[in-house]
Design a binder for this molecule. Sequence first.
Ligand code: S3P
Length: 163
Amino acid sequence: MKVTLVGFMGAGKTTIGKLLSERLKTPFLDLDELIVEQVGMSIPEIFKKKGENEFRKIESSILKELLYQNRSFVLSTGGGTPTYLNNMELINQNSISVFLRTDFKTTWRRISSDENRPLVLLGKEKLLKLYLKRLPFYFKAKLIIDATFLSPVDTVLNIIKVL
Ligand code: S3P
């Protein structure tokens, strides 16, 4: 089984993904980590030295490769992954997509002081705009799980119930 978690930065995709992979006894993959491994630079470094566009190309190509492989996984994507090219369609065609929904307030509280997320430098107002712009992509997911007020364990239980 392939499960792909989508949602904005700070939604808990990595935390939930790891827990879910344990419960499903399926390997956990983190798209950001795979990008960092492949390029040999941190995410902020990639943004700085190669630019966001190049980051998106690498991100999309690793995503595609994973989705076309014949293996099971729980994949945590980056907040921007579903909004580029036809990534969300590919995700939906080749895996069970889960939108981890959190409100912007929660998201901002979690990410505002994170130096490993270059887009945080845009500031709260621009990020809110980006959040709103991305929602329609996230809502294309097969499953929508509201994670704002739930603990990670309860969120995972809710996902398993509907998988
Ligand atoms: C991004 C989200 C990040 C990472 C990069 C860009 C985005 O992943 O891919 O900093 O465009 O929202 P997380 O959603 O895991 O923070």
